[in-house]
Design a protein around this ligand. Structure first.
Ligand code: AMP
Length: 549
């Protein structure tokens, strides 16, 4: 088995590696390091994020740099500021035992003259984002005309982000005889074009299969209807209480909405998208890195270059158009040998796209069923028990204890536990399989043969939620609690299901009822096969409702 020593790395680097705790080189490191150290060559390495590619080019680059000269010898281009800082940081750690080596990061959104000053002091290695570098070359703050090594990291992402022209211009300012090392997770035609135009007979190294996701990632999908995505997200989160995840949306508005809802529901979430200023994005990313935020809700562009280890879940709130984007998204998890899960929420019609992803990426994406309401509740109860057991005793409350114990003296332990449980979970009603509106995604299908479903023209505008509307219907119709279920309240109207034996009663009972000066109207819905109604049904009802006003 290869060791870092057998790859030809010098003692300073070996010392840093030992300190870092890297025990064995990864596949990309085994394949790339000797190649770059032994020969003066151009290289195309197809490797995913998380495979250890930064060290694969970083170690040889640090070893090959001439520290006696202060001239810029190595240039690393990266798609985003985050990745640029990450690479700079990684290289500085790797170079901790090397004297006289300066690595400078240059990226947009920060003070340009500060960066120029650092370059002027001498920087053998520059790590840069393309836009800022081009600007600094134009202003003659940077001289890359004598570089010996040029690394294009995440080349596909740089091209995805529209840096093609910038990269071409930058490469034109570099000498022909340099060595170019290109790293990319995928091989779109533009990457091939850059390679053809700017590299000479590059050696090629492929880690895993091109375009495949890392094997540490488990992929799965849930079929959800359009309006069930958020409930599905909450279910996934509640089943994975230690989740540290990234939720991908397609639009800024969606990221904002989802994160607001999550925050409202008590989760530590934040959105990152193009409308945030660089400073705002930085502070969100910093909170995420420090795990002050548990869920980062992101658009694809804003999330490029997110290089945070330990992400446990990627959630594709909406599927991207491009399969490559799916690769980038899921590549944010399953890093550094850890296991990750990439979850897709897809509508029935998007299942075709999932089959295509499976085929193109040569992966399995099995369908998962949303767990039953019972499983979710069980899980919540387990968490509740766990939290109670782990609670640290607050000694300030000790003096109240005798009084409290006295108050509960006549209640036996089992009943007390039952009371606590009922209080904590009072909104959950397993018999009816009905939950509050946020959890509707988990409603079980009910045998509709014995039931009828009704539309009623009262709703949230009349200050009802599903609970209070159910109470009203029960008392008004004077029927058994279990004979009415699946109450769903919209703004202007609601639905409820009822045992068929009461159908005539329902149709008759509301004939003369007025509410808020409106005649209450109840209608049988078309025989719905399942509990959920379609959006077109909702729209129709909305139109009808307007006539009621
Ligand atoms: P990268 O693909 O460069 O983004 O690396 C992903 C993660 O793997 C980083 O956190 C590195 O610190 C870590 N890493 C790189 N090489 C090794 C190694 N040989 N053993 C263990 N971890 C590594």
């Amino acid at each position: 088995m290869a060791t870092f020593k057998s790859l030809g790395l010098n003692s300073q680097l070996l010392h840093s590696i030992e300190k870092l705790g890297f025990e064995t080189p990864t596949e990309v490191q085994v394949k790339v390091i000797p190649l770059l150290l032994d020969s003066s060559t151009d290289l195309i390495a197809l490797a995913q994020t998380g495979t250890g590619k930064t060290a694969a080019f970083g170690f040889p680059l640090l070893q090959l740099i001439n520290t006696k000269s202060k001239n810029t010898q190595g240039l690393i281009l990266s798609p985003t500021r985050e990745l640029c800082l990450q690479i700079t940081n990684d290289l500085s750690v790797y170079a901790q035992n090397q004297k006289n080596i300066n690595i400078v990061a240059i990226y947009g959104g920060a003070n340009i003259s500060e960066q120029a000053k650092k370059i002027k002091r001498g920087s053998q290695i520059i790590v840069a984002t393309p836009g800022r570098l081009k600007d600094m070359i134009k202003r003659k703050f940077v001289n890359i005309s004598n570089i010996k090594y040029c690394v294009l990291d995440e080349a596909d992402e740089m091209l995805n982000m529209g840096f093609y022209e910038d990269i071409k211009d930058i490469l034109k300012s570099t000498p022909r005889e340099k060595n170019s090392w290109l790293f990319s997770a995928t091989m779109p035609s533009e990457v091939g074009f850059i390679a053809k135009k700017f590299m000479s007979s590059p050696k090629e190294v492929t880690i895993g299969k091109i375009n495949t996701s890392s094997k540490n990632i488990v992929h799965q999908y849930y079929v959800v209807s359009r309006n069930e995505r958020y409930s599905a997200l909450r279910t996934v989160i509640s089943l994975n209480k230690d989740i540290f995840g990234c939720v991908f949306c397609r639009t800024k508005i969606d990221t904002q909405k989802v994160s607001e809802k999550l925050i409202n529901d008590g989760y530590k979430a934040a959105a990152i998208h193009g409308d945030l200023s660089q400073n705002q994005r930085d502070s969100v990313m910093q909170s995420f890195r420090k795990k002050k935020i548990q869920l980062l809700i992101a658009t694809d562009v804003a999330a490029r270059g997110i290089d945070v280890d330990d992400i446990t879940h990627i959630i594709n709130y909406r599927l991207p158009d491009e399969i490559e984007t799916y690769t980038h998204r899921s590549g944010r998890t399953g890093r550094a040998g850890k296991q990750g899960i990439s979850i897709i929420f897809a509508t029935k019609s998007e299942e075709k796209k999932i089959r295509l992803i499976e085929k193109k990426l040569n992966i399995n994406v099995p369908r998962q069923e949303m767990p039953s309401y019972e499983v979710i509740l069980n899980n919540k109860i387990d968490t509740w028990i766990d939290e109670i057991i782990k609670t640290s005793i607050n000694s300030n409350l000790k003096r109240y204890l005798p009084g409290v114990i006295k108050s509960f003296k006549n209640i036996d332990k089992e009943l007390l536990i039952e009371l606590m449980l009922s209080k904590e979970f009072k909104k959950y009603d397993l018999d009816l399989h009905v939950k509050n509106s946020d959890d509707q995604a988990n409603n079980k299908k009910i045998n509709t043969n014995n039931n009828d479903r009704f539309f009623i023209n009262i709703g949230a505008r009349d200050q009802y939620d599903w609970h209070t509307l159910k109470d009203f219907l029960l008392s008004y119709l004077k029927i058994e609690k279990n004979d009415i279920f699946q109450v769903e309240v919209m703004k202007n109207f609601s639905f409820f299901s009822i045992k068929k034996i009461h159908t005539a009663l329902v149709l008759k009972s509301f004939e003369n009822l007025l509410m808020n000066n409106r005649k209450v109207s109840v209608e049988l819905t078309k025989k719905s096969k399942s509990f959920s109604f379609t959006s077109s049904q909702k729209k129709k009802k909305n139109i009808k409702k307007r006539r009621f006003k």
